[in-house]
Every structure is written in structure tokens, then in C-alpha cells.
Design a protein around this ligand. Structure first.
Ligand SMILES: Nc1ncnc2c1ncn2[C@@H]1O[C@H](COP(=O)(O)OP(=O)(O)OP(=O)(O)O)[C@@H](O)[C@H]1O
Ligand SMILES: [Mg+2]
Length: 472
């Protein structure tokens, strides 16, 4: 889109020269010979940039044109043309919001560069603002779905603490929407224009978590070649989201506690106190009371965090939200793939209603997205739903425990995945091993071996729980 420029200049020769230069550069140029005319042009509609002489003779001055341009549209870029030796006024104009100034006499290149730069800066700002608005719209409070009593309580709590800086602890199983709540808390607060910084404490190694959070000084450890700002500083003026805080090492907990109490910390390897103004929102899927009782989590930090507590119910306890969540995820897939939005058949919706959703809303989103992509018709049928893999994956995800070694944790995750997968397959094939093996692409003997290894019992898969051994 061609940028619209208003040139306000009372000297005819300069006016014509500027128009010629800017039109040749590809801009759409409107001229005004004095302040009065400039205000009239502005009243007819916004410009992307106003290039105005500071002294315009009788009537409104260049400063008046600057103010009027900003009133019409805050984002209008204004560049002042100043007579030699009036830098002082030019600085005034910059303080009043001018983008830049050009002292007379000027050359064409100078004008071209200053105009292009001012327009580019404005374009980026506008893009940023639109992006922020879209993010806030997409992650805003109003985008969270929840019609049942429990979720309405959650929303009421968010509203109540909206204008405060109170620390909030969000709890809930994996995939229940803790991050979405943290983002919504930020977006309804006075800090919404400032950064929202999310840190997953479970995803950072013990050695690095402090440097990640608090930054480090040059030489603090091997490889620390320069000072590095941490996430607390990056969140300055905004909100820091400490996700999976239940997994934070005890020594780091002490430092976070100090930030909550005194709003200061030292960078790793430093002794200078850094003051920070952040609002803290924390989340965990862990049972913090047990963590405190067993000494893995500091009690004083626990009480400091739960000034306001938000408990997110698992999806299986808010199935009334299933249709709305499905509709939202079908909409999002359609938007992303630029396709028509698919519908769910009543049978498919009923089937979803019977699923335990161990992976909660995230699992539902994955199931819906997969069905929307893989199903052929406009309506998603029960057969298009891949609940087996998702529930096994969901269970495995939900049951991750970092108290064990990685290999142990992996082994137990794989085992619980296999267990759920096979039980589901055997149930669907009435315990018939041959048919099950065929359905899941396994050799009958190795399935039998797996059943023995995992110690699966017929009562585990038989519909009525009656014992009776696998049918060959
Ligand atoms: N009430 C809701 N309305 C709409 N979408 C939701 C809602 N709750 C969760 N979601 C969606 O479900 C997905 C998982 O949510 P989120 O990442 O916030 O979960 P979480 O509790 O942080 O999970 P984890 O503990 O695994 O980190 C996201 O895509 C989110 O947008
Ligand atoms: Mg999360």
C-alpha cells in the first residue's frame, strides 16, 4: 500500500521540490502551503507521514500541525523541517512526538532516508501493536472456555485479582490450561502492555536454572563471557510465569522467595542487588502439600505463592465444556489449514464424552486436530477419533515423575503406554488375541508374550471384569 504523505511548506520552490522527490520515490503526496490548510487536509483523513516546516508564517505553526497530526492518528509519523540554528525547537518537537527533523538546507538523499526510516519505524510499531492485540485476543480471558461452576469460579477469581499484583498459584493436572490462565491473568492486569515471560522450571537443568532466572555476571562460570540478563529482568514491569515451580531445586526456591519478599536478587556470580518490578504467577501439577511435607518444597515459599490459588478441574470433571472446546479447536484447525470448519457427529461427541482424558484439554485438542486432518468427510465420525493412542500418550504424559532416573522414568512411561494400548485393543476385540494382534499389527506369539510380561489379566480387559484367560 502506497504511503500517504502530507507536505506542509510555505516556500513554493521547496514545496514543489519535495513533492517531486517524494512522488518519484513512490509516495502519494498532498501539499499544504500553511498551517490552516494543513489542519484542513488532516481533518479529511489520516496520513502515514507529515513532513512540515516548523515556521509557517501567520496562523497555526509546525508545532500545531504536529499536535493535530497526532490527534488524528497517534501513529502518524511527523518529520519537522527546521531553519538553521533552531535545533532547540527541534528537540522540543521531538519531545512532543515528532519522529525526526531535517535542518535546512537539506539534500534529497537526506530527506529520502529520513522519510523511509520514519515510515518503516511506524510500520513496525503498528505490526507489533496488531500482533500484541491478536495475541491478547487469542490468549485473552474471553477466549478461555468454561461454563461449569468450577470454571466460572476460576474466571471470577481472575476478575477479582485483575487489577492487583497479587502472586497467584495455578494448579491442575497436565493440559488443564494453567498456562492459558497465567496469560489471561497478565492480559487483564495493568501490566498487559509489558512483557509476559514464561519459564518452565522442569525443563531447565539444575545447574542452569539460576542463571536462567536471575542472569549472570561476566566470568560467573566457564562460558559466561559477558553479563547476561535473566528472565526476571526480562519480565521487568510485566509478569513472570514460573511454570512447574514444584520441580524447582530447593536452593533456587530460596532466591525466588527473596524476590517475592524484597523484590531484589543478585545475578549469578554477582553481589550487586538488582531491583525488579514483576508480578509472579506460578503453576504446578504436583501435590505441593506432599512436596512440602517431604521436604522437597520450602514451606515459606509455598505460603508466599498461594496468596491467591486457582485450581483447574480436570477435563473429565467439566465435560459440559466438551462441545464448546471441540468447536473452538475445529475452528482453529480450519483457520490454520484454510479449510471449511468440520462438524462432529452426535455419536463422535458422545464417544468423546466417555473418554477419561488423562491429558485433559491438550489431549482433546490433539484428538480433534488429528481427526479434522485425517477424516475425509465434512463430518467427523466416531471411527475418525483416535482415542487409543491419545489416551495412552495422555496417561504417559500425565504420569511423568522426575524423582526417578531418566531411563527408569522412560521405562515406566513406555510400560504404562503399552499397558493402556494393549488393554484398549483387547477390549475392542473382546479379548481375542489373534484378532487383536491382527488389528494392531503384531504377531500373535509376541502379543501373548507381552501380555505375560506386562502381567495383563483377562479381568483387566473383559467388559464385565469376569476372569477367563485370553481367547486364542
Ligand atoms: N479453558 C480453555 N479454553 C480453551 N482452550 C483451552 C482451555 N484450557 C486449555 N486450553 C488449551 O489446551 C492446551 C493446553 O493448555 P496449557 O498448555 O495451558 O495446559 P497446562 O496446564 O499448562 O499443561 P502442562 O501442565 O502440561 O504444562 C492449550 O492449547 C490451551 O490453549
Ligand atoms: Mg503448562
Amino acid at each position: 500500500m502506497t504511503a500517504r504523505i502530507l507536505v506542509v511548506e510555505d516556500e513554493r520552490a521547496i514545496q514543489v521540490a519535495l513533492r517531486g522527490l517524494l512522488v518519484r520515490t513512490g509516495y502519494d503526496v498532498t501539499l499544504a502551503s500553511d498551517g490552516r490548510e494543513a489542519l484542513d487536509r488532516l481533518a479529511e483523513g489520516p496520513f502515514d507521514l507529515v513532513l512540515t516546516d516548523l515556521s509557517l508564517g501567520k496562523g497555526p505553526s509546525g508545532m500545531d500541525v504536529l499536535k493535530a497530526s497526532k490527534e488524528v492518528r497517534e501513529e502518524t509519523a511527523v518529520v519537522m523541517i527546521t531553519a538553521h540554528g533552531s535545533e532547540k525547537i527541534a528537540v522540543e518537537a521531538m519531545k512532543a512526538g515528532a519522529e525526526d527533523y531535517v535542518p535546512k538546507p537539506f539534500d534529497n538523499d537526506e530527506i529520502r532516508v529520513i522519510v523511509a526510516r520514519a515510515l518503516e519505524r511506524r510500520r513496525l510499531e503498528r505490526e507489533n501493536r496488531l500482533l500484541l492485540e491478536r495475541i491478547q485476543r487469542d490468549t485473552g480471558f474471553e477466549r478461555l472456555i468454561g461454563s461449569g461452576a468450577a470454571m466460572r469460579d476460576v474466571f471470577a477469581t481472575i476478575q477479582k485479582v485483575a487489577e492487583t499484583d497479587l502472586t497467584v498459584l495455578v494448579r491442575g493436572e497436565s493440559g488443564t490450561g494453567k498456562e492459558g490462565i497465567a496469560q489471561a491473568l497478565h492480559n487483564v492486569s495493568n501490566r498487559k502492555k509489558r512483557p509476559f515471560v514464561a519459564v518452565n522450571c522442569a525443563a531447565i537443568s539444575r545447574e542452569l536454572v539460576e542463571s536462567e532466572l536471575f542472569g549472570h555476571e561476566k566470568g560467573a562460570f566457564t562460558g559466561a563471557d559477558s553479563r547476561r540478563e535473566g528472565r526476571f529482568e526480562a519480565a521487568s514491569g510485566g509478569t513472570i510465569f514460573l511454570d512447574e515451580i514444584g520441580d524447582m531445586p530447593r536452593e533456587t526456591q530460596a532466591k525466588v522467595l527473596r524476590v517475592l519478599q524484597e523484590r531484589t536478587f543478585e545475578r549469578v556470580g554477582g553481589n550487586q542487588s538488582v531491583e525488579v518490578d514483576v508480578r509472579v504467577v506460578a503453576a504446578t501439577h504436583r501435590d505441593l502439600e506432599t512436596e512440602v511435607r517431604e521436604g522437597r518444597f520450602r514451606e515459606d515459599l509455598y505460603y508466599r505463592l498461594k496468596v491467591v490459588e486457582i485450581e483447574l478441574p480436570p477435563l473429565r470433571e467439566r465435560l459440559e465444556d466438551l462441545p464448546a472446546l471441540c468447536a473452538r479447536f475445529l475452528e482453529q484447525v480450519a483457520e490454520r489449514l484454510e479449510r471449511d470448519k468440520k462438524q462432529l457427529s452426535p455419536e463422535a461427541l458422545a464417544r468423546l464424552g466417555r473418554h477419561p482424558w488423562p491429558g485433559n484439554v491438550r489431549e482433546l485438542r490433539n484428538v480433534i486436530e488429528q481427526a479434522a486432518v485425517l477424516s475425509t468427510g465434512d463430518v467427523i465420525e466416531e471411527a475418525d477419533l483416535n482415542l487409543r493412542a491419545s489416551s495412552a500418550a495422555g496417561e504417559a504424559a500425565a504420569s511423568v515423575d522426575t524423582g526417578h532416573s531418566f531411563s527408569e522414568a522412560k521405562k515406566s512411561a513406555v510400560e504404562s503406554f503399552e499397558r493402556n494400548f494393549l488393554l484398549q485393543a483387547l477390549r475392542e476385540n473382546d479379548g481375542n488375541v489373534s484378532r487383536t494382534a491382527q488389528a494392531i499389527g503384531m504377531v500373535r506369539q509376541s502379543l501373548q508374550q507381552k501380555i505375560r510380561d506386562l502381567d495383563l489379566r483377562s479381568e483387566d480387559w473383559s467388559q464385565n471384569g469376569e476372569p477367563g484367560g485370553p481367547k486364542s
